[in-house]
Design a protein around this ligand. Structure first.
Ligand SMILES: [Mg+2]
Length: 244
């Protein structure tokens, strides 16, 4: 079977320059959301319960205001170059996010980026009277059966979309990237994820923008050069399948 390189990419703070999800709940849900996030970080509530609490804090919102808010989040300066690079080389990539699909698809299309595969928590807006004031419905299609640290389990999505022969690359920067980075062969890290990789002794490539990632790939993807799997990641992936 042919080995393929597959990319999994975080959204908030990685594809976008800032954390859209956090900014959204702060703006529309207020300081109550800070308190929920604090409880979540202390391990007192699950990620799903944190989201449910935040959505309750939001209550209803004005759809126009929300859509305008969503458009105002710039993306990484090199991301489009990365998308073109992957498409030209037939490299499969997926966005994996513990954020909300509502803003992910809108931000991508506002930047003229079409047909991207993404996995995230699902949000729908419902208007009682067809007007601008909407309630928010949230669903969690990608929870893990046991682990409650994330609402959208990036690890499981990676493992179901990559075969044993594939080399998995991961790009991220924050807390929700700690878990999946441990299962990836090639890690691109910055900020908080860089610190985590240092602590856990996970080898990584430091990047600032996706432009750096493309430059690195040009060096890695040359004829006769074989992409190496990371032994520890491979063992961890195997251990997940043994548990099932
Ligand atoms: Mg992030």
């Amino acid at each position: 079977m042919n080995m393929a390189l597959k990319f999994f990419v975080d959204f908030d703070g990685t594809i976008t320059q800032d954390d859209v999800g956090n900014a959204f709940f702060l703006k529309f849900g207020g300081t109550q959301c800070d308190e929920l996030v604090r409880e979540y970080k202390e391990g007192k509530i699950s990620a799903v319960d944190c989201f449910r609490g935040e959505v309750a804090a939001v209550g209803t919102l004005n759809k126009n205001e929300f859509d305008q808010f969503v458009q105002n989040h710039p993306i990484d300066v090199g991301f489009k170059e990365f998308v073109s690079f992957c498409r030209a080389r037939n490299i499969e990539f997926h966005v994996v996010s513990d954020g909300l699909d509502y803003y992910i698809c809108r931000i991508l299309s506002a930047n003229d980026i079409q047909d991207i595969s993404y996995f995230a928590n699902k949000v729908q807006l419902h208007s009682e009277d067809g007007g601008e004031i909407c309630s928010v419905d949230i669903q969690f299609p990608y929870t893990d059966a046991e682990c409650t640290r994330c609402a959208c389990c990036k690890r499981n999505i990676m493992l179901t979309h990559a075969g044993e022969e594939d080399v998995i690359a991961y790009v991220g920067e924050g807390y929700s990237d700690h878990c999946p980075a441990q299962y990836a062969d090639i890690v691109f890290a910055k900020e908080d994820l860089q610190k985590f990789c240092q602590q856990k002794n996970i080898s990584y490539y430091l990047y600032d923008t996706f432009h750096d990632i493309v430059k690195r790939l040009e060096k890695l993807l040359v004829p006769r050069k074989v992409l190496r799997k990371r032994r520890r990641a491979e063992l961890m992936r195997r251990a997940v399948f043994m548990q099932e």
